[in-house]
Design a protein around this ligand. Structure first.
Ligand code: NDP
Length: 316
């Protein structure tokens, strides 16, 4: 027989800056929150090196260290942190039901969604296979760059992530080929300058990737110049995909209003979704700013909204 459902007041899903900040506020307000970390405890910052733009760290901080500090601060006020995934939700009634991967059922008055976003892939024929077998395709230079020390690599993308990854790899690899599909970059000016001023980063403008070549390991990438239509191949051992992210919101699709990409729609100046008692924060609902500091800010908003909701219902 299955265990009887656990009854709580506040469930937080996700452990990036939004989730932990929501947890700090919710636990200090006696909502006794339970936080499910999801697959990557600490979220996207666990795969980042230096964070130089989070206020309060004048000398910068490593992403994993910052998330460790967020976690400790949430635990200090009594947040229960559980390393598991929520895989199913039912928001049809006044009490919200969720299930964990192992089948544990939780009934909660409020849900704070802070599930973040995940890296996107190009969808090329050999890309998935060579990513799954550790053959040289990766979406995280900081995690995997070390394996390509002394070897030539390529990075695809032209946003801040791609610029950051190319710069990181330039310290390990003789040549970093950066593949930019247009004749300009989307990255911030400071990151563009950093990339352009790094001697061993070779920027290939107007260049798209046609495929990754190699059976067990990456040997080269096949590219095309979008202006001249000329195709060529670049020998590399590592291929890093840095083309943006998709929000991790699939388990809420049945219940919540979302835009066409899957970002949860929240009401103006609030974290409220279309379902009472369900609040969204961080990259799961923000496709505009997507910064650690803005995610933390919306996590705070979600906890305050949850507290007001519970208080209006006389639950706390
Ligand atoms: P972005 O959405 O900003 O950029 C994605 C990039 O990938 C774009 O240059 C886009 O090209 C390119 N791209 C998309 N699809 C393809 C494709 N099929 N083939 C080739 N190129 C493709 O994502 P990021 O992850 O870079 O950044 C997300 C957010 O996080 C941004 O707001 C960014 O500022 C922020 N960020 C901040 C950092 C920091 O401050 N330290 C570090 C990293 C990210 P195109 O331009 O042609 O559309």
């Amino acid at each position: 027989m299955a265990d009887s459902p656990e009854r709580i007041k506040c469930l937080i899903i996700g452990s990036g800056p939004a989730g932990y900040t929501a947890a700090i506020y919710a636990s200090r307000a006696n909502l006794e929150p339970v936080l499910y970390t999801g697959p990557e405890m600490g979220g996207q910052l666990m795969i980042t090196t230096d964070v130089e733009n989070y206020p309060g760290y004048p000398d910068g901080v490593m992403g994993p260290q910052m998330m460790e500090e967020f976690r400790k601060q949430a635990e200090r006020f009594g947040t229960q942190i559980r390393m598991e995934m929520i895989t199913k939700t039912d928001f049809s009634g006044p009490v919200h039901k969720v299930w964990t991967e192992s089948g544990h059922e939780i009934h909660t008055d409020t849900v704070i969604i802070s599930t973040g976003a995940s890296a996107k892939w190009l969808g090329l024929e050999n890309e998935g296979r060579l990513a799954r077998n550790g053959g040289g395709v990766s979406a995280c230079a900081v995690c995997d760059g070390f394996f390509y020390k002394g070897m030539d690599v390529a990075v695809v993308g032209a946003g801040d992530t791609a610029a950051e990854e190319a710069h990181y790899l330039s310290k390990l690899c003789p040549t970093v080929h950066m593949l930019v599909r247009r004749d300009e970059m989307r990255a911030s000016k400071i990151m563009q300058e950093r990339v352009k001023n790094t001697e061993n980063i070779k920027i290939h403008w107007n260049t798209s990737t046609l495929d990754v070549i190699g059976e067990e390991e990456v040997e080269a990438i096949k590219v095309v110049n979008n202006v001249t239509k000329e195709e060529s191949s670049i020998p590399v051992k590592g291929f890093f995909v840095a083309i943006g992210h998709k929000p991790n919101t699939d388990i809420f699709k049945e219940w919540l209003d979302m835009d066409e990409t899957g970002y949860i729609i929240t009401q103006a100046d609030s974290s409220k979704t279309n379902i009472e008692g369900v609040f969204a924060s961080g990259d799961a609902q923000d496709h505009v700013y997507r910064q650690a500091v803005t995610a933390a800010g919306t996590g705070c908003m979600a906890a305050l909204d949850a507290e007001r909701y519970l208080s209006a219902k006389g639950i706390v």
